[in-house]
Design a binder for this molecule. Structure first.
Ligand code: GLC
Ligand code: GLC
Length: 813
């Protein structure tokens, strides 16, 4: 193994990751904003902002697929004599005397020093505000007075990020701005149907500005050497069409030791139709003025920042563990929970691998994401469940995704994925267990957002289960439809046309044969949950009906879904086995091992143990478990997209981190703590961070969707960072199955599964209106709680009955 260079380190006390070299192996990003206004920001201040929807309300422009990498962002140019530099190194790339980027909880602080000047920028989105604050502090650390020229820079996106990248015949004529004092307004299309605009303000007098990109940059110059900056002269340009930008110009003189703050504010405003204009074609700026007034001094900004920090303190105080293993504690207490919030907010829409135009909120994705997040802000999880269920069809099928701005389902990446309905049970049960709020089941929820079609959420759950039962194949196993969780196992598609998308091309077959063992396992797990829920709310007949369906499914899996050493993956259109020892390639797949072991199908006959052993034998490698083995070496027309990927990548034998936790949970349920832990630690970012920063490439503080598998050219290389169901699954796994703190209807169930080396640990868990301090004494056991005391009194069983107030719990294994 080559010596791995390090680019940064964790600072647990401040809950930050500190990057000390701007030339990271890939841009390492962070997310700002928690509700409506969001920004992506890289360690060199690259990235962009949007309001709610990265496709339809893109505020600033970003370029994917660019050279150099990560081009475009919020840039401050400092011209000190002949030297021009940026605090985040890019885009000028002038060598800095000092560089540091601290990514924290919804904020990023970038500091650069050059020739005795320190420039430090704090970026964050204040709570409940539609704006990004950029507080720039310039400090003269030299012994002479410095006269600096400061230029800010933002490039506007013409709102719709998709057409912004393609419809140039129109775009180059529509751009419009207004300038008022130190505020530059972007109002493209405001004259017609848009009721919103953006602005870029600074709380200081400016000596000039620019709003036309080519005038500022120069047609054949670059962000690295804009002509206006190089010459130290703003052009005071007014954009008319082409590409509007916003740049302020400020002259700053600093005595030795003197420092000065500038608050830059990138804001977004919506106006009522009747109040759009203050004069013909002039924006009504009232709301912008009000927003600016709330954040126009260092004191106000510092206060807003303190509120944001308190907000995160409170969120991260709900579940806190102390094991003495820093690498575990920092992931559980900080980064895993943080990533869950980010994935919940963004689903799979906007990252440095997701362009923000292709995908909205996924039906299955969102249901899984909320399990990682429900303990933090349950009301938002509740709302999400209702939003998701509202896009369902009367037969239980679903749109695969919906647009966050409109909350309407769309068919952009297809529909008919037959696993989708089950996930609604998964999400809803997690919500009720966390909150005890059964009233959600009585909420009236429409189908496909059609007014008048409302039925209760419980009915939605019921038809979700029925959707599986009503779509069984020849072996009484669930029909796969377009695909199951694995979007790329397209068994009814049959495409030879490279211009067709595997996700949306009309299925050629009616899909009456291909069956999925992954859905079978998922149905048994969520079916058991559904049965327990029905019993809990007194719907015994319904519980009984579903129990029979679950039992029948278990029998079908034992009879038609077992291959001898592991569970089969599927049956194809012709009724042939997939993921069987009989197959030439891809003899074993991870998804069905995960779900069928979680469902404990055939545990009594040793099936679960065999399946888990096979995962270790055939799927595991140094960096985690691959999705299938051996990889497909050629395109198989009957299987679709899965075989379109080169060996070792993505769904073709990549380490698709998302599904590793399924097997880990299977291990935990089976009580195999050593194995569970060893799988878990392989994909735990803090362990990867220590060993593989260069190889892994992407952010070392969060999980990525995929790590190149053992068959890949470079095993261990990560891709598709940040937005992945892995976050929620890692959280669910460690918080509930490894550390063993499981919310339940009537209290908290304690059921850890640990490596035998684990020492005592304590979890502080807020739960509804109670707070528990739970200390676990494993005594070398991997599983099995022997006794529990609650406030000094022994209790029966493993569920701590819920009661308000503070409690101390001691658990002996
Ligand atoms: C992506 C999708 C998710 C899918 C997975 C496997 O992560 O967002 O919905 O289940 O890929 O194909
Ligand atoms: C591609 C990806 C897969 C994703 C799907 C839908 O197939 O490989 O992960 O879920 O697209 O966007």
């Amino acid at each position: 193994m080559e010596q791995q260079k390090r680019y940064g380190h964790f600072d647990d006390q401040h809950r930050e990751y500190v990057i000390t070299d701007p030339q990271t192996p890939w841009p390492w990003i962070n997310y700002l904003g928690n509700e409506d206004f969001f920004s992506l920001i890289s360690n060199t201040a690259g990235g962009y902002s949007f309001y709610k929807d990265a496709k339809f309300r893109r505020i600033t422009r970003y370029r994917y697929n660019n050279v150099p990498m990560d081009n475009g962002g919020r840039y401050f140019y400092i011209k000190d004599g002949d030297t021009v530099w940026n605090p985040g190194w890019k885009p000028c790339k002038t060598p800095l005397d000092f560089y540091e980027c601290r990514h924290g909880m919804s904020y990023t602080r970038i500091t650069g020093k050059k020739n005795g000047i320190e420039a430090s920028v704090l970026f964050f989105v204040p709570l409940k505000k539609w704006a990004e604050v950029q507080k720039l502090t310039l400090k003269n650390e030299s012994s002479e007075t410095k006269s600096l020229k400061l230029f800010s820079f933002e490039e506007w996106c013409l709102w719709n990020a998709a057409t912004d990248m393609e419809n140039f015949q129109r775009n180059f004529s529509t751009g419009e701005v207004e300038i008022e004092g130190s505020t530059i307004y972007h109002k493209t299309e405001y004259r017609e149907r848009r009721n919103h605009y953006a602005f870029y303000h600074v709380n200081a007098e400016i000596e000039g500005f620019d709003t036309d990109r080519e005038t500022f940059v120069g047609l054949y110059n670059e962000f690295a050497d804009p002509q206006a900056v190089m010459e130290g002269k703003p052009r005071n340009s007014h954009a008319h069409g082409w590409s509007p930008i916003a740049s302020h110009y400020i002259e700053v003189t600093l005595k030795p030791g003197e420092s000065r703050d500038f608050v830059f504010l990138l804001g977004y405003i919506e106006n009522e139709q009747e109040k759009k204009f203050s004069a013909p074609q002039v924006i009504n700026k009232e709301k912008a003025h009000a927003l600016i007034a709330e954040l126009d001094t260092t004191e106000k900004v510092d206060k807003a920042f303190a509120e944001l920090c308190e907000y995160w303190d409170a969120l991260l105080n709900i579940y806190k563990v102390k094991t003495g293993n820093d690498k575990l504690d920092r992931m559980v207490n900080i980064w895993n929970q943080y990533q869950c919030m980010v994935t919940f907010n963004f689903s799979r829409s906007a990252s440095f691998f997701e362009s923000g135009v292709g995908r909205g909120m996924g039906f299955r994705d969102s249901n899984q994401d909320l399990v990682g997040f429900v303990h933090q802000i349950p009301p938002r999880a509740r709302q999400r469940i209702i939003d998701i269920a509202s896009t369902q069809f009367p037969d239980g099928g679903c749109y695969h995704q919906y647009q966050p701005l409109t909350k309407r389902g769309n068919n952009d990446i297809g529909g008919g994925f037959n696993d989708d309905p089950c996930w609604l049970i998964f999400g809803t049960v997690a919500y009720i267990k966390e909150t005890g709020d059964f009233s959600i089941l009585d909420e009236m929820v429409p189908f496909d957002n059609q007014p008048g079609s409302e039925v209760t959420l419980f009915e939605h759950l019921k038809i979700s289960m029925n959707h599986v039962i009503n779509n069984l194949g020849p072996n009484m196993l669930p029909l796969i439809g377009r695909a199951d969780w694995n979007d790329c196992l397209n068994l009814n598609c049959f495409s030879w046309d490279p211009n067709e998308s595997f996700q949306t091309t009309e299925n050629v077959s009616e899909g009456t044969k291909a069956e999925s063992l992954m859905i079978a396992g998922l149905f048994v797990v969520t079916g058991k949950d559904y049965v327990a829920l029905c019993r809990k709310i007194g719907k015994d007949a319904e519980a009984e009906r579903m129990q029979q369906a679950v039992d029948a499914m278990i029998e079908a899996v034992k009879k038609h879904g077992w291959d001898g050493e592991w569970y089969l993956r599927a049956y194809d259109f012709y009724g042939r086995k997939i993921g069987s020892n009989e197959c030439e390639e891809a003899k074993i797949f991870i998804e069905s091992q995960g779900w069928c072991t979680m469902a404990e199908i055939g545990a009594e006959d040793g099936l679960v143990a065999k399946s888990l052993d096979s995962c270790k034998k055939y799927l595991e490698c140094e960096h985690g478990m691959v999705l299938n083995n051996p990889a497909f070496s050629k395109y198989i027309y009957e299987y679709g997209e899965i075989s379109s990927y080169p060996e070792g990548y993505k769904e073709n034998a990549g380490i698709f981190c998302h599904n590793n936790p399924w097997v880990i949970i299977g291990e935990c349920i089976a009580g195999r703590g050593n194995d569970a832990w060893s799988h878990y630690a392989k994909i735990l970012p803090s362990y990867v961070e220590e060993k593989y920063q260069t190889l892994h490439k992407v952010e070392p503080y969060v999980n990525c969707q995929m790590v190149a598998g053992k068959d890949a050219f470079k095993p261990g290389e990560g891709k598709n960072s940040w937005l992945t169901g892995t976050a929620a699954w890692m959280w669910y796994t460690v918080s509930e199955f490894i550390l063993g703190i499981k919310p339940d209807y009537d209290g908290i169930r304690i059921d850890p599964c640990l490596p035998e080396t684990a020492g005592d640990y304590t979890v502080n868990r807020k739960f509804r209106e109670a707070e528990y301090e739970i200390t676990i004494h494993p005594n070398g056991a991997q599983k099995g709680v022997k006794s529990i005391t609650l406030d000094g009194q022994a209790i029966d069983g493993t569920v701590i009955p819920y009661s308000k107030g503070k409690h101390t719990v001691e658990v002996t294994m």
